[in-house]
Design a protein around this ligand. Structure first.
Ligand code: DI6
Ligand code: FE
Length: 406
């Protein structure tokens, strides 16, 4: 069945230039052909050739690009509520990780789960993310840490697209934590990641990008460099968890490799910011992890802004440092905690989130040629999406021109 139609009677936030930071068009129209945007503009300017097309009435709602959650670990098993309690009793994230808790406890649960169990637990969370107007989600592996279990996670990520009516970008994060069986042998584990896991994942086409956790509790600059070289040799783009807990030089390394994104960045230096700007690497800011860790070091937002580094915002949905399934709440926190403007925050979950996934010419704006993925909102102005806490004004999601039933 064709979903070619003209979407009418909506205010548009195109994020594609125009009179304000949202690219607002009042009384707009969006024409869709073959799942892609064919025309965007004011209704009165709609070309005559579209006047006889099927019409979809948006009832005066706001229509934006479908939101993109560009950094999640939504596929995992188990919960870390106990660890949360430990932290409130004074234990630090690093100390818990060193004592065999933290990421490694989720690794145990994820290894123990069958593909179907992992699917069921993850789908439940993903549906909550998607319900807030999200049409694309990035999903990382990184809680398997064996070839079999990393592939299991990425297969679940692949299958979730259909199950949750959402587009999925899959990222291989084998270098997330050192599995206990490799204690004291981190370089050997990195060899496994580069020489066994990556080729297996590339051969099965299970990943769209490769990520690593570059941090003193995880992998060094040298180890990250090995992973990046192996990824690029297989033609896979890279991204990095960088400078989250310390200034370890991760963001500068990501820039040196032309990474799609460098994520977290609380401790990134001015030099690193300049390198990101030069490389065109997107800064992915994760206010949920900042909040959950009760971090006080703010990411260098003013420097990023001045340098023209594109900023994206994401949930970082993960069981340890950001058990969050609300991208709208992250908009609010990006504004209140990081002092982004509502327009910057919204660019961070649309056009800049697309760029963080290497999809800036595919998604994230209302622009001819891009996918017809939309969210419809019962709001009076776009800033309302960043203003409210705990509200969900999403009244419809459109994927490739087709209205989703959810
Ligand atoms: N940084 C994070 O915030 C998450 N992973 C990472 O590399 C934490 C993941 C976890 O604690 O389970
Ligand atoms: Fe993360």
């Amino acid at each position: 069945m064709s979903h070619d139609a003209v979407w009418l009677n909506a205010s548009l936030a195109t994020f594609d230039g125009g009179s304000d930071a949202y690219g607002t068009i009042t009384d707009g129209a969006v024409a869709v052909r073959d799942g892609r945007i064919a025309w965007v503009g004011k209704r009165i300017d709609l070309p005559a050739s579209w006047r006889a097309a099927k019409q979809r009435d948006c009832s005066g709602y706001w229509l934006t690009p479908g939101l993109i959650d560009c950094h999640t670990h939504v596929v995992h098993a188990g919960s870390r509520a106990g660890e949360f309690e430990q932290r409130l009793n004074g234990e630090s994230y690093e100390a818990i990780a060193k004592a065999g808790g933290g990421i490694v406890s989720t690794v145990r649960a994820t290894r123990a789960a069958s593909e179907e169990q992992l699917m069921a637990q993850s789908l439940h969370r993903l549906k909550r993310i998607v319900a807030e107007g999200v049409t694309r989600v990035e999903i990382k592996s990184g809680y398997g840490l064996t070839t079999v279990d990393e592939c299991k996670m990425l297969r679940v990520a692949t299958r979730l697209a259909e199950a949750a009516s959402v587009r999925v970008s899959r990222t291989f994060l084998g270098a997330h934590a050192l599995p206990p069986e490799y204690a004291g042998r981190a370089d050997d584990y990195v060899t496994l990641v580069c020489e066994e896991m990556l080729p297996a994942i590339a051969a099965e086409n299970l990943a769209d990008a490769v990520d690593a956790f570059c941090e003193n509790i995880a992998f060094s600059l040298e180890q990250t460099t090995r992973v990046f070289k192996a990824a690029q040799a297989l033609g896979l783009p890279v991204k990095l968890h960088a400078d989250q807990l310390t200034d370890g030089g991760g963001a500068a390394l990501a820039a040196a490799f032309g990474a799609l994104s460098a994520d977290h960045l609380e401790y990134s230096s001015a030099t690193a910011v300049a390198a990101l700007a030069k490389a065109g690497t997107v800064a992915v800011l994760l206010p949920g992890a900042f909040y959950m860790l009760r971090e006080t070091q703010l990411p260098p937002v003013d420097l990023l802004r001045q340098a023209g580094v594109r900023m994206a915002i994401s949930t970082d949905c993960n069981p340890g440092t950001s058990p969050c399934t609300s991208l709208l709440l992250m908009l609010n926190m990006a504004c209140t905690l990081f002092r982004l403007t509502p327009a910057e925050a919204l660019q961070g979950v649309t056009c800049n989130a697309a760029a963080a996934l290497g999809l800036e010419h595919e998604a994230g704006r209302l622009k001819p040629g891009l996918v017809a993925d939309f969210a419809l909102w019962d709001i009076a102005r776009p800033a309302q999406l960043a203003y409210a806490m705990g509200a969900n004004p999403c009244v419809g999601r459109v994927l490739g021109g087709r209205l989703c039933r959810d």
